[in-house]
Design a protein around this ligand. Sequence first.
Ligand SMILES: Cc1cc2nc3c(=O)[nH]c(=O)nc-3n(C[C@H](O)[C@H](O)[C@H](O)COP(=O)(O)OP(=O)(O)OC[C@H]3O[C@@H](n4cnc5c(N)ncnc54)[C@H](O)[C@@H]3O)c2cc1C
Length: 345
Amino acid sequence: MHSAGRRYRVGSPQLGGTRQVAARSPLGSPLEKARLGATLSRLAAAPVPKLLARPETTAARALAERGLPNRVVDGFLRPLLTALLSDPALGTSSRVADLVLRGYARGRLALPAAGTGAVPAQLAATLPAGTVQLNTRVTSVGADGVQTEEHGWLGARAVVMATDARSAVELLPGLRLPDFHPVTTFYHSCADAPLAEPLLLLDADHTVGPAPVSHALVLSQVHPSYAPAGRSLVATTVLGRRAWAGGPAAAEQLVRARLAELYQVPTRDWEFLSVRHLPDAVPAMPPPHNFHRPVRVLAGLYVCGDHRDTSSAHGAMVSGRRAALAVLRDLGIAATEPGQDRAAA
Ligand SMILES: Cc1cc2nc3c(=O)[nH]c(=O)nc-3n(C[C@H](O)[C@H](O)[C@H](O)COP(=O)(O)OP(=O)(O)OC[C@H]3O[C@@H](n4cnc5c(N)ncnc54)[C@H](O)[C@@H]3O)c2cc1C
């Protein structure tokens, strides 16, 4: 955490909830820290159905109603939730916020060694060669096949549309288009890693201005494959809609200057590699949030993706499993539903 001009460590993924709150952190008196630790422990142990049955409001309101001291909320929980939800206003459903905090408290945050693309690559590797056809743009969908830009009509017994929300609405205009939280990520390369550990550095201070950093991470400390030997890769996230004259790259100097303060190292020599601004990065999940949007449009046509469950890789996969089960049922193929593990995000 970087809060009130100080940097301190709050817990470790290997530690349980009560020990998450480092004794040396300025998050309040020992009693207050114990209360925060107990809150995280309770969340970590809570069954998901119990969290989903809680009264639902916005994450911001629920945070205010928890009765925790301001310095715990503003110095830790608010910046953490902002980063986890990509939502600076914390207008996200409090149930979703509980689920992501539960994931954090259980120490389940992770990054695949070979990048997020490793997950679909592993799924595809289990299929017969030639099953997956990449770089093919679908221009229209029906229950009996899809029209593609590159290969014309491809007939099918069932069609599952697994696109992002905006593309899904373009292909099937009856679907609901959510609001989105934009995410901008700046990538820098440097010779020496500014932190020797894979720690998520949250900026609790810098919440205003043209390029307020939400969090930064030395990706190559998570796994060395993220950078060539002798170099480190730093990813820095700026949230919200920004009106940058000259595009997001114009804010790079501001981000670099803030990184010097956050990491407490000179960043003048860092190499700016790229910036990715995604206006539709994360579908918004205001209350009331529907965790089970229908995935079956009609027999033969299905839709899945993060916009059907929760806006996360986990939500996308859970909705994909629901769609797959619906296909099997409609095709008359018996399928048993795996355990109801709905630990979203
Ligand atoms: C910067 C950033 C950071 C994130 N960090 C995390 C994180 O730490 N943890 C986490 O759980 N989630 C994270 N997310 C969210 C996560 O990436 C998404 O929730 C997840 O990728 C959604 O998966 P999806 O399969 O629903 O859709 P997508 O990953 O968007 O995949 C949809 C696919 O459909 C394809 N497509 C669209 N239209 C067509 C068409 N007409 N024809 C053919 N193909 C088409 C697209 O090319 C794309 O490949 C992050 C998102 C962003 C942007």
